[in-house]
Design a protein around this ligand. Structure first.
Ligand code: TMP
Length: 209
């Protein structure tokens, strides 16, 4: 069995940048590595992603949104993550259940526990071996988003600063509530330092395996 690693953090925390560097490094060292992201990653889940992030879906109900994320998660897990783990891959997944807890559970006010419950159904006990939370000051995160603005602007990007601050608070709450599941990394540090910290955590876990 491989190793399932999830990366979590608010917008602008640098998850994707560090993930790509880590994947490159692990591959160079000879590991079998799969990088993937949520929502999406396989055709059905990408279709669900399109519905969720479509800027025209202004009337998407918050609970419906949470269910769609959970549905997309399930399909991605079964079709992509689990088969790779069975082939001994290290799977690095950009966002997983904790994004739903922070964004839908807390920032959208559905309730962390409620969103946890529907996600328990979706993941059916397939928990990550490590969840790395990139902890970052909300102002630094938002500045990074503005500076690195890509061409894709999705429905969640259109949310105002209060929403992004709530996402940040949501992560603070869940990191305390589920402290034993998280490994925290200071995302305010430089890109190289964050990379080194993440590599250290993964290497330690690989040594335990
Ligand atoms: P991305 O920008 O990391 O690709 O993610 C798309 C957006 O979806 C991002 O704003 C975070 C949000 N999101 C949720 O609200 N809930 C979730 O469960 C996931 C996986 C992502």
């Amino acid at each position: 069995m491989g190793m399932f690693i999830t990366l979590e953090g608010p917008e602008g925390s640098g998850k994707t940048t560090v993930a790509k560097k880590v994947v490159k490094e692990l591959k160079q060292e000879g590991y079998k590595v799969l990088y993937t992201r949520e929502p999406g990653g396989v055709a059905i889940a990408e279709k669900i992603r399109d519905i969720i992030l479509d800027v025209n879906n202004t009337n998407l109900d918050a609970r419906c949104e949470a269910l769609l994320y959970a549905a997309s998660r399930r399909q991605h897990l079964v079709e992509k993550v689990i088969p790779a783990l069975e082939k001994d891959y290290i799977v690095i997944c950009d966002r997983f259940i904790d994004s739903s807890l922070a964004y839908q559970g807390y920032a959208r006010d559905i309730g962390i526990e409620e969103v946890y419950d529907i996600n328990m159904f979706a993941i059916n006990n397939c928990w990550p071996d490590i969840t790395i939370l990139l902890d970052i000051d909300p102002e630094i995160g938002l500045k990074r988003i503005k500076n690195n603005r890509q061409d894709e602007v999705n429905r969640l990007d259109l949310e105002n600063i209060n929403f992004h601050n709530k996402v940040h608070q949501g992560y603070q709450l869940i990191k305390e509530k589920y402290a034993n599941r998280f490994t925290l990394i200071d995302g305010n540090k430089s890109e190289d330092e964050v990379f080194n910290d993440v590599m250290k955590i993964i290497k330690n876990k690989l040594d335990e395996h």
